[in-house]
Design a protein around this ligand. Structure first.
Ligand code: SAH
Ligand code: SF4
Ligand code: F3S
Length: 443
């Protein structure tokens, strides 16, 4: 049953049909994978539920949670309490990464929650919904042969999972404990799904995974030997797909073959999210990242040879044992690479991780002060980067009226709100600030 069609029907037929359609309110925290999981959940439930933006009239309230830092976890329980006050009659479900590692503890702390569904188990949403007090947090669950449904918001671009889980052991990170072992999704399933999306008019696809360039390391089914570069080549053969993005590649696996493909394949957008975490080789070791400062800088030097390429990154400050000198190494990488964007965080000790038990935890105030210095310097770099954009001509996919993203991931505005929607146009940049560029369509 199609909910939208049903809604239209109710205007001309009986009220009974309206009352059959239940309402789902969903909040999503965390990364793009969680956003994707929420889309899948919405699609999976669409025969019974339609989305509401108002929790007060919802029959089902879902929170799709993130656990990567402490704050979002605290927020979960305050948000649950507030929503329960607003609508005590709704059914509550907690999904995602916090669900994975807290499991039944969530129902203990918030007894009105009806079910808990882990991040590795999104395809089992109906089972969770139909089992009283279900706690489904199976980390070995194999979702890789399951075709994920979605409810994409933008007609021109979409995201697609190419793997589940993470095999790394980064000492600060809880993700391997919430999403389980890394398994790649069979290539024919990925290609088939992207072909379908292309036929629906999607022009840009983003390949998602915790370590996309480790694709092909392990499948749950027998599979020809392939790697991420092979996958990129196959995706770029699909008619209609004009732009390929991916997130996140791991610097350790950024070998020359992959970087050559990135540089030379015209369909691959020239933006790479390349998570540094720290500029200190000593800390990178303690973090178990598997690469050194020199390796990271060397990879960036190669990437920077690509004209107009953007490099964005994630940085953690205040990791256990971080000295002033270690932090200066991070600042040094910032100066050398001049990232187009950084996502920077104060280290947050997480349960089930090695770093949480390290003895040399950094004082929170010291860490916060370092974060401030990092962000302040980066804001200056961004001002300089912005100035350099004037006069450049970028290929921009106009995703919303008057706005789009350049190939190298800048947000670009154009004056026409009623034209070019869904087209990739050449825009000459005439104005720039830290966050947004604007310009005129020249082709
Ligand atoms: N798989 C991706 C990262 C996923 S988590 C990768 O390896 O790059 C997203 C980001 O959250 C990480 O890159 C890291 O910068 C940050 N992060 C993870 N655990 C953290 C913690 N315990 N404290 C602070 N930031 C953390
Ligand atoms: Fe976490 Fe490291 Fe895996 Fe990224 S690669 S999800 S930081 S364990
Ligand atoms: Fe993503 Fe947060 Fe889980 S970053 S993988 S939703 S812990």
């Amino acid at each position: 049953m199609d909910c939208k069609r049903n809604e239209n029907k109710t205007q001309t037929t009986t009220r009974k049909i309206t009352s059959k359609v239940k309402k789902l309110y969903i909040e999503t925290f965390g990364c793009q994978m969680n956003v994707k999981d929420s889309e899948h959940i919405i699609a999976e439930l669409s025969d019974e539920y339609e989305i509401t933006q108002n929790p007060e009239n919802a029959d089902l309230i879902l929170l799709n949670t993130c656990s990567v830092r402490e704050k979002p976890v605290q927020k979960l329980f305050s948000e649950l309490g507030a929503l329960n006050k607003k609508n005590p009659n709704a059914k509550f479900g907690v999904c995602g990464c916090t669900a994975s590692h807290m499991g039944k503890e969530i129902i203990k702390r918030a007894p009105f929650v009806s079910f808990v569904l882990g991040a590795r188990n999104v395809s089992r949403i109906k089972e969770a919904l139909n089992t009283p007090k279900a706690v489904i947090t199976d980390l070995d669950y194999d979702e890789t042969t399951y075709v994920f449904k979605n409810t994409r918001k933008n007609p021109y671009k979409d995201f697609i999972n190419i793997m589940v889980g993470c095999d790394k052991k980064c000492s600060y990170c809880i993700v391997p404990k919430t999403r389980g072992k890394e398994l790649s999704i069979p290539m024919d399933l990925i290609i088939g799904q992207i072909e379908k999306l292309a036929a629906e008019g999607v022009k840009e696809i983003t390949l998602l995974g915790q370590n996309v360039n480790n694709y092909g390391k392990r499948f749950s089914v027998s599979h020809p030997k392939v790697d991420f570069t092979d996958l990129l080549r196959e995706v770029s053969k699909i008619d209609g797909i004009e732009r390929i993005r991916f997130t996140s590649p791991h610097p350790l696996h950024a070998d020359d073959r992959f970087l050559e493909e990135f540089a030379n394949n015209p369909k691959i957008c020239k933006h790479i999210h390349f998570p540094l975490q720290s500029g200190s080789t000593k800390l990178l070791k303690a973090m178990r990242r598997g690469y050194s400062k020199e390796w990271f800088l060397n990879r960036c030097e190669i990437i920077r040879q690509i004209p107009d390429v953007s490099i964005t990154t994630d940085i953690i400050v205040g990791f256990p044992g971080e000295s002033e000198e270690d932090f200066e190494e991070t600042m040094d990488v910032l100066e050398k690479v001049r990232f187009e964007q950084i996502f920077s965080f104060v280290y947050s000790p997480r349960p089930l991780t090695e770093a949480a038990d390290m003895p040399n935890q950094v004082d929170k105030q010291v860490a916060k002060e370092r974060l401030y210095r990092l962000q302040k310097r980066h804001a200056e770099i961004l001002d300089e980067i912005a100035k350099n954009q004037i006069g450049k001509i970028y290929k921009v996919l106009i995703e919303e009226p008057g706005m789009g993203k350049s190939d190298n991931f800048f947000t670009v505005k154009i004056p026409q709100k009623d034209k070019y929607l869904g087209e990739i146009v050449d825009v000459k940049i005439t104005n720039a600030n830290k966050h947004t560029l604007s310009g005129e369509v020249v082709k």
